[in-house]
Each structure stands twice: as structure tokens, then as C-alpha cells.
Design a protein around this ligand. Sequence first.
Ligand SMILES: O=C(O)CCC(=O)C(=O)O
Ligand SMILES: [Fe+2]
Length: 459
Amino acid sequence: MRYALLLFLDYLQKGRPSVHVIKHPKVCRRAFSERAEGVGLKIHGFKGHGTLTLNLAGAGSYRLLPKLCPECLAEPLETDYFGGAPGGAPPRLRAPTPEAFEAAARSGKVLILEDASAGAALEGWTCERLAKEFPEAKMRREYDWVKNPKDRNVQEMGSVAWASSLERGEDADERQRQDPESPPFAPFYWGVREHGKGDLGSKKVVKRIRELIRQSIPAFMDQRNADSLFNNAEFWLGAKGTGARAHMDSHCISTLSVVLHGERRWRIGPVPRLPKGAGRSPDDEVVFDDGVAYKLGWTPMFEFTVKEGEAVLFPPGWIHETLNTADDCTVALTTQFDLPMPVRYYRSFYNRLRRVGDLYACWRDMLSWAGAKVPKLSDAKSLAGKAYAEIKKNNRVLKPRELDFFDLDEDGNVTEEEYVQTFTAWTATELAIRKEKRKQLPKCDMNWDDKVLHNLEEL
Ligand SMILES: O=C(O)CCC(=O)C(=O)O
Ligand SMILES: [Fe+2]
């Protein structure tokens, strides 16, 4: 009772606008679960005893996971935040508009997008077409680190027998034992993103593929992404049964993967939870390298098929795996884009994203959005109040990234309450994270279901 009440008072103190007390929970045990409504909060009474809602404008309604500390930023329950059909497909955008795509990308949502290659210069390109257009281009097979330890591009695109070849790749037996659903054969990889290194093709090849990618920006996407789409581009190619094994990447921006030809099964899941005491990665320590997800008993949150012309959108850190399922050779263009940056997602899952070493490259950015160094917790509120007053006094327009970091209710305007509350919670989170021990393998909680909330009720 006391704990729930304290928690409620704590929220009130944080000065959330428009607080509606719908009904007091008959709190008789410590158990409770919280729910964010947009950003508003609903504190559930347990066992159906009643609900108390702190409401802000905003669409979603998310239950919240146990926090790293009482004042810390709360993470939403993944299945509430990402929606879709857990175990099945994520939400699908049938006729994606630029507005819908932009909103989803700012929040780091996972989506299947239709019409992703309609009208694109690369629409429908097959493995054979690539071989014909770029015979002298060079690529390599994945999972070939014994024979090709330096990742040289040793496979000529024009020798098209590769399009039907099936090779297991290193450690394939072990991966299949760890997870029989994992892709049995190694795909081919044309890493256009490595164009600076020089062995993926002549200057002419690089110039041409750059132009083709520029002419293939999906209509729903900010067209200023041409450079980032090119500079991060990877073609993933292969016969039925080939695919990328589950892994996490270190990109700080979101990924879009378009099926140009063929069909593929995707399995994908969120960055694992990192509860209090789970530790945190040392700087730059890759955790989810090849095989680690399987070893830790990964259960994908979404498993679905992406057809020719469709794309998948997912935010930084999501563990992903692909399997080419068409009878002939599948071509996918998998790349990242700069605009918009998924800052709302970073705020929503700050605790885990700031502790998993694969995302080390993003930590500096994450630390920058609050606009100040991490202060003492006791100073956070007054510092934030002053910073906000300064912004108002100078009529300073917040940068898009600042806006998304502070604008909890996503109404396009940052109130003083939102600013102070976010800054204070961010400070508390940073301080709590720093108390976590550095561990090569933090104790990841691979679950994404709501059992942890029920467990709370059992306490
Ligand atoms: O598209 C694929 O098959 C794998 C993509 C991937 O893992 C990546 O680009 O990071
Ligand atoms: Fe990847």
C-alpha cells in the first residue's frame, strides 16, 4: 500500500499535466503494475480492484516494466510498445504515407511496409540481373572466416553459379543444434557500404550502384536519405535456405530492408531486458555476436514473411535473422537511414540501450540529447528548470532530436513539466546505470512477455 501510494505521489510531484484520478486502487499489497498512456500513466490496481489513470494526450497505452530505480526512466512492456502479433507479424503499413513512416521511424517501431520498391530503379532486380549488370563486382560469402579471415571480396558477381550454391558456412552445425530454425546455409554479401575500401568493384561500379540506390528511395521516406542509404547499403543474396543468423548490429540509426526479388522469412526481437543488477557492458564490447542469441535461448518476438516489393523497418539493437525462402535466388537491399533518428525509441528503452555494448557507438549521442552533463540527482530539477527558462527566454527552437527526447506526449511541444521530468528521470537513470558493474556478458533477460508484471503481483 505504502509503496504504491509513494509511487503515485512521486508521479504527482513530477507535475504531469491533466491528472485524472479515475478510481483509487484498493491497494492491499505491494503488487501493482503501471501503465503509460501515451506517456500518461495508469497505475493498475491489482486483481481487478480498480485503475488509476494519469492521463496525457497521446495515443498509446503501455504497461511499464520494473524500473532501474524509482526515479528512473521507465521502459514500456515491449509487446505493448511494438504492437502487432507477438510470435507472428509486426504491424503492417499497407499504403505507407510519408507521415505514417516518419512517425513510426521516430518511435523506432518495427513494421512491414508494402510498396517499398514500387517505381524504384532496382525494383525486381534478380540475382541474375545483378550478375549481368555488374559482372566485375566482387562480394563474399558470410560465415567464411576460416577460408577468408580478412573478409576479402573473393566472389565475382558475374560467375552466377553462386546464385544456386548452398554452403553451410562455419559453425553451421552448432547453430542448427542451438536453434533448428536458424538458416542452414550461408548467404552472399555485397557490402556496398565498404565502397571506401575499394575491392567491391571499380569506380564505375560504385558510381552506378550509388545512382541506382538514389533512384530507389521509397516514396514514403525522406528523400534526403540518399547518402545514408548508399553509405550503409548491403545486398544480401542467396538461394533458398540461405540467410543471416541471429545477431545484433552496432548501427545507431534504423534499418530498412527491401526485398527486391524473391521472398524471405524474418525473425526479429527487441534488445534484451537488463534488469537492475544485471550489469552493463564494458565500452565497445560486442555481446550479440554470431551464435550468442541462440545460446541464450532467444525467442524472436516476430516471425513473418516479407514478399517481393515489401520492406522491414526496425530500430537499432534489434536482434535479427533472415532466411531466403523463394525457390530461386532472393535479393534484398538492407541499409540504414539518418532521417529521422529514432530518438523516442532511445528514450523509451534508454536503460537497456545504454548498457548493451553492441550499441556503444550510440552512447555519446544518447548522452547529448538532454543538453547537459549528468548532474547530481539533487540538482537535476533546478538545473532543468533553469535550462527550460533559458530556452523560453531566447525563444530557442528545439532541434528535432531534443524535441523527441523531451516531448513525452508527442504533441510537438515541450512543456516545462515534460522538460524537468525527463531531465530528472534521465539523470537518475544515468546515475543508476553507472552503479551497474561492467560485465563481459551482462545478465540479459531474454523474455519479452508480461510474466514479469505478474511476478510483481506475486511479491
Ligand atoms: O538482410 C539480411 O539478410 C541480413 C541483414 C543484416 O543482418 C544486416 O544488414 O545487418
Ligand atoms: Fe544485421
